[in-house]
Write a protein that binds this ligand. Structure first.
Ligand code: ADP
Ligand code: MG
Length: 276
């Protein structure tokens, strides 16, 4: 599952690590692949990722087997992480001249022999070759959307990229899941945006949305997910619930990209009009 949205700060990393931990706590074996040079997912999972640590960079650029970089996550049984180091910042350019530059992650995952129920890929906030590698490797796309104005802006570009990758490199790829993040029920804007997203995406949007929660934002500074940091908090419970919903949906619904484009364009317009 590719967690993507080229906007920064919408909750990709938070969603990746907390959903992954939730799925592992439900008994699944889960691998998080950190594909952002910032390495925030690695940090949040308590995984060392200083420059010398074998990382996803070595897998993508040096063809190192994935199994040589994967580390078990402390505190959560069944959860594993392929960390990102700062080297990855150069990979976007280094990949350009390599053979099969778009499918290096796909090959690495295919060659990985440990049993896994889920692989979650945390993408950087861009649509470059790293994100393309994730889209080629993935089966489904999960888009976190922050409940604020401009929430849908830029999503058209992401959906077009999904279409392009589906057309040329990965025929099964589809957007299966949309998760509303940082939802603040006290503001009218948040509920208005949530309504728009639900109207225009329909069934792909999980019923569970993730509330804005201080506990969620504190957890990474302790190298933890909110599930271990404060298991009873509203943030932990909402990620557990979102994971349960995702797991129950199984392979999810097929996504009609064409229809979504037009629904989204209307949405953008309605939202602008509504808010003016
Ligand atoms: P991205 O990976 O898309 O850039 P992050 O997951 O890093 O986004 O989130 C951006 C910031 O928002 C981080 O500081 C994170 O701790 C905070 N954040 C994410 N989700 C929540 C939430 N539900 N409540 C409060 N803060 C959140
Ligand atoms: Mg991130």
């Amino acid at each position: 599952m590719v967690v993507a949205n080229q906007k920064g700060g919408v909750g990709k990393t938070t969603t990746t690590v907390n959903l992954a931990a939730s799925l592992a706590l439900h008994g699944a074996r889960v691998l998080v692949i950190d594909l952002d040079p910032q390495g925030n997912a690695s940090t949040a999972l308590g995984i060392d990722h200083h420059a010398e640590v074998p990382s996803i960079y070595d897998v993508l650029v040096e063809s190192k087997p994935l199994s040589e970089v994967v580390q078990p996550v402390p505190d959560v049984e069944g959860l594993f992480c392929a960390p990102a180091t700062i080297d990855l910042a150069g990979a976007e350019i280094e990949l350009v001249s390599l053979v099969a530059r778009e499918s290096r992650l796909q090959r690495a995952i295919q060659a990985y022999e440990q049993p896994l129920d889920y692989v979650l890929i945390d993408c950087p906030p861009s649509l470059g070759l790293l994100t393309v590698n994730a889209l080629v490797a993935g089966a489904e796309v999960l888009i976190p959307i922050q409940c604020e104005y401009y929430a849908l802006e830029g999503l058209g570009q992401l959906l077009r990229n999904v279409d392009l990758v589906r057309g040329h490199l990965n025929p099964d790829l589809h957007v299966s899941t949309i998760l509303l993040t940082m939802y603040d029920g006290r503001t009218r804007l948040a509920s208005q945006v949530a309504d728009e997203v639900r109207n225009h995406f329909g069934e792909e949007v999980l019923r569970t949305s993730i509330p804005r929660s201080v506990r969620i934002s504190e957890a990474p500074s302790y190298g933890q997910t909110v599930l271990t940091y404060d298991p009873g908090s509203s943030g932990a419970l909402s990620y557990l619930e979102a994971a349960r919903e995702m797991a129950l949906r199984g392979v999810g619904v097929r996504y009609d990209a064409q229809q979504a484009h037009s629904r989204m364009q209307n949405g953008q317009q309605n939202m602008a009009e509504g808010i003016q």
